[in-house]
Design a binder for this molecule. Structure first.
Ligand SMILES: NC(=O)c1ccc[n+]([C@@H]2O[C@H](COP(=O)([O-])OP(=O)(O)OC[C@H]3O[C@@H](n4cnc5c(N)ncnc54)[C@H](OP(=O)(O)O)[C@@H]3O)[C@@H](O)[C@H]2O)c1
Length: 359
């Protein structure tokens, strides 16, 4: 065996024989970095194009584009109410659906007085099952519904392990989060197809893109909505219908426990009014979006950071464009273990906070 008497000589010999491999590796690295950099630049461009440019140019005429009436489920509070108000501010008449008649009347009057549009209300509890849909169909039959907003949903009182969630709550999640959107689309879509125009907006949630522990049934129900919307878009785009899967992160509503630390960062957790204003401006532009620029930046930053640390080669994500949309990059980029780890930490602290508020 040859003795090695100089480390430097050995290193030089190895370096010389590996030179071509090093160069090949350097080329692969340069190609990867260039590709990722271009992707990040394109994403920022897409973000500006989706969230800022539509707000600078004149607002789209939603009545001409889709029709005179909009239906919003879960319209008396939070995102649903804000979305209804935003549509009304653009001249659309609104049908509001929720459980509480007095609240519905109050919100309907408020919207009609403020925006000088017609409003109508339907009292329905989506957790009741199938019998509510015939009266809804009947109430909507003489209206040309241009936009359907599937907003209603129920959430856990706070993040919980599956066996701690009551049977009633699980049944509500299925009836309200899954069945309501499916059957509402079934009611209004035939009219839209006949008129060859219309938009269906279904509000999913950031928890839909990966299995989310401590929100198992909720996140699964939102994944259903996301897949449902995307499949509908493929089925009905050619018939003049625009289907959007709206995927918000946290928004400061009753669902996110008022007083929680989440309500203290408006930049990351916008008010429903701010959120709806941005989300409506993406209507007709992106078929799958978070709906809010800072939610998209959160996604982009996560993606950028991960690009630096995680050398995963995955499929390129979709971009914001009339044909393809950008959001939920992390669905493709974030490793599941990282998502689950983050979700566990966040949900544990939210549960702790909710329980200490209760005590
Ligand atoms: N807030 C967030 O951080 C967040 C994040 C991601 C996704 N989202 C999604 O955004 C949507 C709206 O959430 P939100 O936070 O705005 O909710 P919210 O403030 O709790 O409002 C829920 C609305 O739905 C109605 N509603 C509740 N249960 C109903 C039922 N069984 N039948 C009929 N109406 C019912 C409520 O009115 P009544 O009580 O008067 O019936 C209310 O108008 C949901 O799909 C949610 O999953 C929210």
């Amino acid at each position: 065996m040859a003795a090695v008497d100089s480390f430097y000589l050995l290193y030089r010999e190895i370096a010389r024989s590996c030179n071509c491999y090093m160069e090949a590796l350097a080329l692969v690295g340069a190609w990867y970095t260039a590709r990722k950099s271009i992707t990040v630049v394109c994403d920022f461009y897409s973000l500006v194009r989706l969230h800022f440019i539509p707000r600078l140019v004149s607002r789209a005429d939603l009545i001409k584009q889709y029709g005179r009436w909009a239906v919003v489920s879960g319209a008396t509070d939070g995102i649903g109410r804000a979305y209804a108000e935003e549509l009304a501010s653009r001249g659309l008449n609104i049908v509001l659906i929720s459980r509480n008649q007095e609240k519905l009347q109050m919100v309907a009057k408020d919207i009609a007085d403020t925006y000088k549009v017609e409003t109508d209300i339907i009292v329905a509890d989506f957790s009741s099952g199938r019998e509510i849909y015939d009266p809804i169909r009947e109430a909507l039959k003489d209206k040309d519904i241009g936009i359907l907003v599937n907003n209603v949903a129920v959430f856990y009182p706070y993040p919980q392990y599956f066996t701690q969630v009551s049977e009633d709550k699980l049944w509500d999640i299925i009836n309200v989060n899954i069945a309501a959107a499916s059957l509402m689309v079934h009611i209004v879509l035939p009219g839209m197809v006949e008129r060859k125009k219309g938009a269906v907006v279904t509000i999913s949630s950031g928890s839909c893109c990966k299995p989310t522990p401590q929100l198992a049934a909720f996140s699964a129900s939102k994944a259903y909505l996301d897949h449902f919307s995307r499949a509908l878009q493929y089925e009905y785009a050619s018939k003049g219908i625009f289907v959007q899967s709206l995927i918000p992160f946290y928004v400061a509503t009753n669902m996110t426990t008022p007083g929680s630390f989440l309500h203290k960062c408006p930049w990351l957790v916008p008010s429903p009014k701010v959120y709806a204003h941005h989300a409506v401006s993406t209507l007709g532009i992106s078929k799958r979006t978070t709906g809010y620029w800072s939610h998209s930046i959160q996604v982009l930053l996560r993606d950028f950071t991960l690009t630096l640390f995680v050398s995963l080669e995955l499929e390129p994500f979709e971009r914001v464009a009339p044909r393809r949309s950008i959001q939920f990059l992390f669905a493709q980029y974030m490793p599941e273990w990282l998502w689950v780890w983050g979700a566990n930490i966040l949900n544990r602290s939210l549960r702790k906070e909710a329980l200490s508020c209760k005590a």
